[in-house]
Design a protein around this ligand. Structure first.
Ligand SMILES: CC(C)(COP(=O)(O)OP(=O)(O)OC[C@H]1O[C@@H](n2cnc3c(N)ncnc32)[C@H](O)[C@@H]1OP(=O)(O)O)[C@@H](O)C(=O)NCCC(=O)NCCS
Length: 160
């Protein structure tokens, strides 16, 4: 998937799926985590070790696309392929999407979601779901075709 936009300063974008040799991209995403996130000013995050990054990126249940322009990564979408215990046998959890703060509202996020949807079509997966954690993201997902989920889910965590 690739696309070109009409704004004067916007370079042409390419989308690619990360593979086992892309540990350095995970390092960059961890280092610049805040710029891809809503908060904008948080600390860098610790990256996976090289070995763990290679294992993660080799996992067929991990789908990770990045949008780049002129060699710079502007956005990232990371999802999990979830095996189910009944049909349909697989669905997608869109775990995380982030576009660099300076590059938002230029179609980068939409292009990343279309790469995911193309992958779903090619692999016979009919459902993707996401937990939106802010109202702007909700509007973005709606613009990309997401609708309300089927149940009144409550997000909970357990820490030990
Ligand atoms: C959400 C996010 C990924 C969207 O990426 P983006 O590249 O800015 O989105 P796009 O430019 O492709 O937007 C596509 C459409 O989504 C909608 N949209 C996107 N951002 C929006 C916003 N802040 N408010 C309202 N609608 C928005 C619009 O309809 C937009 O089309 P338009 O610009 O022609 O009006 C980006 O804002 C981001 O990284 N946010 C911080 C991280 C985050 O919140 N991630 C999701 C956590 S659940």
């Amino acid at each position: 998937v690739s696309g070109t936009f009409s704004g004067p300063a916007l370079p042409s974008l390419g989308i690619r799926r990360l593979g086992p040799a892309d540990a350095s991209v995970l390092e960059l995403l961890a280092r610049d985590d805040a710029d891809f996130d809503l908060r904008g000013d948080g600390p860098a995050r610790a990256p996976l070790s090289r070995e763990d990054a290679e294992a993660h990126l080799s996992d067929p249940h991990v789908l990770h696309w990045v949008a780049s322009a002129d060699g710079a990564i502007l956005g990232s979408l990371f999802c999990h392929v979830l095996p189910m215990r009944k049909q349909p046998a697989t669905e997608l959890l869109l775990y995380e999407i982030g576009v660099r703060s300076a590059w938002r509202r230029r179609g980068v996020g939409r292009l990343l979601v279309s790469a995911m949807v193309d992958w779903m079509k090619a692999n016979g997966i009919v459902t993707a779901w996401v937990l939106a954690d802010n109202p702007e993201a909700e509007r973005f997902y709606a613009a990309c075709g997401f609708g309300p989920g089927s149940g009144p889910a409550v997000y909970l965590e357990l820490h030990r």
